[in-house]
Design a protein around this ligand. Structure first.
Ligand code: HEC
Length: 179
């Protein structure tokens, strides 16, 4: 019934919802403005009060999820009992590509020498941030090639792109991660 979808907006509750949405939109607009106006030296409060530990956890979780997908792919390619269907291989590759695309944001702040949690990120990351994040671009590029290969159902091309992807992991770890 087409009329049904509009019904909630006609009730007082619906009006309240509409008001709330407007308030949310206004808040979002203000937040967007604040973010757009942010310089490198933005006050901590404008970053949503994320602590050093939050930043570290976010970047570690992101890379842990990339590693989970990487292990699944390795298991598939070695025929160790993980699914080998191309849709599955596509999803894993997309997860790796996505982690790569998110990573530079997670590393935007650091090195947090006084953080209460362990981090293996070397401080020089923040001296050479652009060079460092190029490693994630390389990782993403090869992961996208994996996606493409899986879509073409080309296992050989997929494996070759996977090798390049994992080379990008080790290359960066050798330079920017503590052993
Ligand atoms: C451009 C650099 C870079 C690339 C590329 C990169 N990593 Fe990392 N990785 C790091 C750094 C730096 C850390 C340490 C983060 C920390 O401890 O705060 C890390 C941490 C990790 C961790 C530990 C996370 C945890 O729980 O503490 C895993 C697992 C990992 N990376 C896997 C991968 C895999 C798999 C790839 C490739 C598919 C990859 N990384 C690509 C820089 C990189």
């Amino acid at each position: 019934m087409p009329g049904r979808a509009r019904l909630p907006c006609q009730t007082p509750k619906g009006d309240l919802l509409a008001m709330r949405m407007t308030a949310i939109k206004t808040t979002l607009a203000a937040a967007t403005l604040a973010v757009t106006g942010l310089g490198v030296a933005a006050p901590a409060g404008a970053q949503g009060d994320k602590t050093a530990e939050d930043w570290i956890q976010a970047r570690q979780d992101n890379l842990a999820s990339a590693a989970a997908a990487t292990k699944s792919v390795a298991c598939s390619l070695k025929g160790e009992g993980c699914p080998r269907a191309f849709d599955y291989l596509t999803l894993q590759a997309r997860a790796i590509a996505h982690a790569a695309s998110m990573a530079p944001q997670h590393f935007r702040k650091g090195p947090f020498p006084d953080a209460q949690v362990e981090t293996a990120a070397l401080p020089k990351i923040w001296d050479e941030y652009d060079q460092f994040t190029q490693g994630f671009e390389t990782m993403e590029k090869h992961a996208r090639d994996m996606v493409e290969a899986a879509r073409n159902e080309d296992l050989q091309a997929y494996a070759a792109a996977f090798k390049k992807t994992t080379d990008a992991c080790s290359e960066c770890h050798d330079t920017y991660r503590e052993d």
